[in-house]
Ligand binder design. Structure first.
Ligand code: AMP
Length: 194
């Protein structure tokens, strides 16, 4: 059973590629952004609590997303592909604890990289179809990228130390990035079967 984190800045394509990988390798795609949007959509108290922060482009509280991931891990036997979590070093530490608690092993953290101008271009493109308010406002986009630089990027150092981090170029077409990702996942599967 593979457990993988897809890591990268807003707009890099984590959701798209997590979907492709989940389908191909029979993994459960867990996106904390999607879970939070579902809570907002359903009008739950948790959704009401996080709505304003998400609209501003702030990260929501660690406790909220850690709770959502814990619940999701409790409800599946499949390997998982995490998208948008962890986004802080505290979340990365909590994920180590959660995986231990749920008898899982983290196989790999794959960071998808692309230049900032390309991220902004992709977010603008997505805004045309996503209906996401945080994709439609330039100040919010800027703030999300600032949050990424300040709080999320340091998570790569956490995983570098444990030897779990693999970085791939995500600046090109979807199928090019997808081929690179599949090569990494195929390698993980071969290693696990040895
Ligand atoms: P995403 O769909 O991954 O781009 O996430 C959209 C928004 O949801 C982010 O800008 C944050 O406000 C919130 N969010 C999603 N995942 C997390 C997380 N792991 N930690 C904190 N906030 C998150």
């Amino acid at each position: 059973m593979e457990n993988i984190v897809l890591f990268g800045a807003p707009g890099v394509g984590k959701g798209t590629h997590a979907n492709i990988l989940a389908e191909k390798y029979d993994l459960l795609h867990l996106s904390t952004g999607d879970m939070l949007r579902a809570e907002i959509e359903a009008g739950t108290p948790l959704g009401q609590r996080v709505r304003a922060a998400m609209e501003r482009g702030d990260l929501v509280g660690d406790d909220v997303v850690i709770g959502l991931v814990d619940k999701a891990l409790s409800s599946t036997e499949l390997g998982v592909i995490l998208d948008g979590f962890p986004r802080t070093v505290q979340q990365a530490q909590a994920l180590d604890f959660l995986f231990k608690h749920h008898n899982r092993r983290m196989n790999c953290v794959i960071s998808i990289d692309a230049p900032r101008e390309e991220l902004v271009r992709r977010i603008h493109e997505r805004a045309l179809i996503s209906g996401r308010t945080d994709d439609a406002n330039d100040d919010t986009i800027r703030h999300r990228l600032e949050e990424y630089e300040a709080k999320t990027k340091p998570v790569t150092d956490y995983y570098k130390v444990s030897g779990l981090l693999v970085c791939i170029d995500g600046s090109g077409e979807i199928n090019q990035t997808s081929m690179r990702l599949c090569k990494v996942v195929d390698g993980l599967i071969r290693k696990n079967r040895k």
